[in-house]
Design a protein. Structure first.
Length: 111
């Protein structure tokens, strides 16, 4: 539709834009899965080899990497990253705008 491309300003969280109740959690999980995928691809591992490192089945890893986020906790995703020798840091600080509510972000550090 002509002219509609500027009609909507994204929040930066597709799940919030879709008005999902658990949008913040899904955004966090997807960010962690993106980093997990980077780790697997960077090591040129097959899903079978990566799943073995993670202690899970290849089919479950495949589902996760294709966006099957429900049923996997944030904590488990963080542990998966540590299995690839990654440190996961959690920093708590005041939000820049008081009263605006906090946010959760994942910031990968370039290798």
């Amino acid at each position: 539709m002509k002219g509609t491309e500027d009609a909507y300003q994204s929040s930066g969280n597709i799940f919030a834009d879709l008005e999902l109740a658990d949008a913040q959690e899904l955004h966090l999980k997807s960010s962690l899965v993106i980093e997990l995928r980077r780790q697997i691809e960077g090591r040129q591992l097959t899903q079978t080899a990566a799943a073995k490192i993670l202690g899970m089945g290849q089919a479950d890893l495949s589902k996760l990497l294709r966006g099957g986020l429900r049923g996997t906790s944030v904590e488990r995703l963080m542990r998966m990253l540590t299995a690839f020798d990654q440190d996961v840091e959690i920093t708590v600080r005041p939000h820049s705008r008081a009263g605006g509510g906090g946010r959760i972000t994942v910031t990968p550090v370039p290798a």
